[in-house]
Design a protein around this ligand. Structure first.
Ligand SMILES: Nc1nc2c(ncn2[C@@H]2O[C@H](COP(=O)(O)OP(=O)(O)OP(=O)(O)O)[C@@H](O)[C@H]2O)c(=O)[nH]1
Ligand SMILES: [Mg+2]
Length: 236
């Protein structure tokens, strides 16, 4: 399904970044082409490279805001995403990585489904491009399984791929949850969607957009043992 929507001004794309100078400019350029008038918040945790300069120089048809979290007390992907959601001025938001592993071409599908009334649209990894080693495959598989189990036991909403960093939803819904439950999010962790689903009490209308998780061609992975440990801890 590909929408031919002309105006994306009701959507904010949130991109958490840490040292993504090699990909962020290209990503913003592609978003400009694919989704005119979309709003972008790049939520950055104090990149030491040129990420900030590149984002600030990128004022095309996309309305870009650089959220500088350099001096925040708590750094982390989750903290960066939820702070950006609180700054959203549009009814809908989407989150995607800054390293081009999430294809910007899926934005129209997310936009259309959000406009159709899905409360939550989750990216569904149907394939991983490139080769993942056995260890990473096993970690990912186990993490998804345990995450789904943890949500099922709590009788919460689930998504097929609970590990996805590609998802969209209604800003007001998340703002309310964040306002009341900020301390329940694992702020230094990675799995924002999992944290949200663990907290959110009501039934959500969930939709999916299939995508191929690309290979990271530039920059470096930021996944650390600490991030993995924080996720497994948050299951309980
Ligand atoms: N603001 C912020 N962004 C982060 C942090 N850690 C990672 N990111 C960004 O979050 C996105 C996902 O991080 P990645 O390291 O690519 O994680 P991943 O895609 O699961 O792992 P790889 O496949 O190894 O790239 C990227 O845009 C990173 O720059 C952080 O602590 N703060
Ligand atoms: Mg990545």
């Amino acid at each position: 399904m590909t929408a031919i929507a002309q105006d994306y001004s009701d959507l904010t794309i949130i991109i958490p970044t840490l040292n993504e100078e090699k990909s962020i400019g290209q990503l913003l350029g592609l978003l400009e082409e694919i989704s005119p008038k979309v709003n972008v918040i790049v939520s950055d945790d104090g990149s030491k490279d040129k990420t900030k300069e590149i984002v600030e120089s990128h004022q095309g048809s996309v309305n870009t805001f650089f959220l500088d979290r350099k001096n925040e007390a708590i750094h982390g992907l989750t903290a960066s995403v939820i702070d950006a959601i609180c700054k959203c001025q549009t009814p809908y938001f989407m989150v995607m990585d800054g390293d081009l592993q999430h294809p910007p071409e899926v934005v129209p599908d997310f936009h259309e489904m959000l406009n159709q009334g899905f409360n939550l649209v989750a990216g569904n990894r149907v394939e991983v491009a490139g080769k993942w080693g056995l260890y990473r495959k096993l970690m990912s598989y186990t993490a998804v399984l345990l995450g789904r189990l943890a949500l099922a036991i709590r009788r919460k909403n689930k998504v097929k791929d609970i590990m996805t960093g590609l998802y969209g939803s209604e800003a007001s819904l998340w703002k309310d949850v964040i306002k009341e439950n900020r301390e329940k999010f694992t702020l230094e962790g990675y799995k924002v969607l999992f944290d949200f689903l663990k907290i959110y009490p009501q039934k959500l209308k969930v939709g999916y957009v299939d995508y191929v998780f690309g290979t990271r061609n530039t920059g470096e992975s930021k996944i650390t043992k600490k991030v993995i440990w924080l996720y497994f801890k948050s299951l309980f």
